[in-house]
Ligand binder design. Structure first.
Ligand SMILES: *Cc1c(COP(=O)(O)O)cnc(C)c1O
Length: 231
């Protein structure tokens, strides 16, 4: 089942890339495995998946030793500063940086481990009161502020678009975020390497790819519905 789902997602990603005149290798599929048991991650792994997304430090900590060492773990959820220490040496990227204090704390932990952590800045592109993230007009200033930290490297933007039945409703938000991404990239800010745009989930990843996503985060479409923990 997971293997079939992956094939279907892969087919749709390829088709979306073709429609947009993009190469398939410009888009990374992150399989969002939060709340799912390791057996299911293993099925995806056996079918070729290497990039997994999780939103809870505790869950990464538990799953990490049970999976192969070539798995790349992506922290995609809201992160509390006191939990950074559990994941700093396990994840390849943190997609959800939304405050200077968080960036500073990641920087400190990364320094202790002698690494530079790639991070994305979460942008609240639809200005939803319920969502985390930096407002679009504050994003450049925010990136300039956190670019001074030498043990993190800002590598792009991330957003969680509104939940909707109709993905076309999010096209404008994806387009806005792509514009912001290109604008900030053009500023060539020191210690910032704008090369990733993480947007698109099960309901809207094809539209996100058409609008320039370089990473899509797909959970339900691969692993099926989640029956507990909505976050
Ligand atoms: C859960 C989650 C996803 C995946 O959502 P699906 O709709 O199941 O594909 C993607 N991004 C983030 C940040 C999430 O928390």
């Amino acid at each position: 089942m997971i293997k079939d789902n992956l094939q279907e997602v892969e087919r749709r990603i390829t088709a979306a890339c073709e429609r947009a005149g993009r190469n398939r290798d410009e888009v990374l599929l992150v399989a969002v495995s939060k709340t799912k048991p390791v057996e299911m991650l293993r099925c995806a792994y056996d079918a070729g998946t290497r990039n997994f997304g999780e939103n809870k430090p505790q869950e990464i900590k538990e799953k990490y030793p049970l999976m192969e060492k070539d798995v790349k773990w992506h922290m995609i959820g809201h992160l509390q500063r006191n939990k950074i220490k559990y994941i700093i040496d396990k994840v390849c990227m943190i997609h959800s940086v939304d405050s200077v204090r968080l960036a500073e704390a990641i920087n400190e932990e990364a320094e202790k481990h002698g690494i530079v952590m790639p991070v994305l800045v979460e942008v609240n592109v639809a200005r939803e009161a319920s969502k985390y993230g930096i407002m679009p007009e504050e994003t450049e200033t925010f990136i300039r502020q956190i670019s001074v930290f030498s043990h993190i490297c800002v590598q792009g933007l991330m957003t969680i678009a509104p939940f909707t039945e109709n993905p076309e409703e999010n096209r404008g938000y994806f387009r806005d975020l792509y514009k912001l991404y290109v604008d900030i990239k053009a500023k060539n800010i020191d210690n910032v390497n704008m090369c990733n745009l993480s947007m698109g989930m099960t309901g809207d990843y094809e539209v996100a790819i058409e609008e320039g996503a370089t990473m899509v985060r797909v959970g339900t479409g691969i692993f099926g519905e989640r029956f507990y923990s909505l976050t």
